[in-house]
Design a protein around this ligand. Structure first.
Ligand SMILES: Nc1ncnc2c1ncn2[C@@H]1O[C@H](COP(=O)(O)OP(=O)(O)OP(=O)(O)O)[C@@H](O)[C@H]1O
Length: 254
């Protein structure tokens, strides 16, 4: 299956964004565009403001200056109801997949559906659960408890759980953290499969350069409060910038 990136449609458009906490000036003129169907990897050292940017995009924080459009809407202008509706179109895959251990895989997947989509029949719920589980290759785990699964499998189930609401945008926060190298590659492949099968656009926050290279159609490097360099993996790391080089040198690449 081929990637279909529509560069004429921006699902995320951030312009000259500023955010400070007291004297700590975290974001200083951030610009970022994500096209429909595109996977953009955000790289940056710890504390550079990656999470702050994501929180502004989903309305958990407000910027001091600049604009952040998500699916055509200025997030800071939305009321609570509009924000809830927007967040339903965004799938979050957090570092800790946070599955409920007291529920089976099936129940974990049903949970967001039952909570957010009204009027689904039992058969429709079953169908959706089975279809996303199949998409992540774990249909056989449907009646298992998350505690019986490996870290990589739990990560997949977490991704399936976000896919069940058919998001337009996926936000992956450190998708490969804590996984062994082979499982990391499987998760990178899954991120690409999700992009192709579900036509999602994504921001992938990672420190893992293999993940960045395998999943990123474009890499955006957050340095000194803004995206100093954006381009393909090769373009970004071909830069003769000591800060980018040192990021590369200190991160293991396979
Ligand atoms: N609500 C807040 N109040 C005050 N300071 C904050 C707040 N949120 C974030 N910060 C500060 O902003 C800076 C950037 O934080 P952020 O969590 O975005 O970093 P990050 O790039 O995501 O780091 P990591 O890779 O470690 O997750 C940090 O110095 C953090 O302490």
């Amino acid at each position: 299956m081929a990637k279909t990136i529509d560069h004429s449609t921006q699902v995320i458009s951030v312009k000259d964004l500023y955010k400070s906490f007291g004297d700590l000036h975290v974001l200083r003129g951030v610009n970022l565009e994500v096209s429909k169907g595109e996977n953009v990897v955000v790289l940056g050292r710890s504390g550079t403001g990656k999470s702050v940017l994501i929180k502004i995009l989903v309305g958990l924080l407000k910027q001091d200056k600049g604009s952040a459009l998500v699916l055509g809407q200025e997030v800071s202008q939305l009321n609570e109801k509009e924000l809830r509706q927007l967040r339903l179109k965004i799938g979050f895959s957090f570092q800790n997949s946070a599955l409920y251990d007291s529920m089976t895989v099936r129940e974990n997947l049903e949970f967001p559906l039952v909570r957010n989509v009204e009027g689904l029949s039992r058969a429709e719920i079953n169908d959706k659960v089975e279809s996303v589980l199949d998409a992540v290759g774990l249909l056989q785990t449907i009646n298992q408890a998350p505690s019986e699964l490996s870290g990589g499998q739990r990560k997949r189930i977490g991704i399936a759980r976000t896919l069940i609401l058919e998001p337009e945008i996926m936000l992956y926060d450190e998708p490969t953290a804590g996984l062994d190298p082979i499982t990391c590659i499987e998760i990178n492949e899954l991120i690409n499969e999700v992009q192709e099968k579900f036509h999602t656009s994504a921001i992938i926050i990672t420190h893992d350069l293999t993940c960045a290279r395998q999943t990123g159609d474009r890499i955006a490097m957050l340095l000194d409060g803004h995206f100093t360099k954006q381009g393909t993996f090769e373009e970004v790391f071909a830069e003769n910038d000591e800060r980018i080089k040192s990021f590369y040198d200190y991160n293991f690449i396979q």
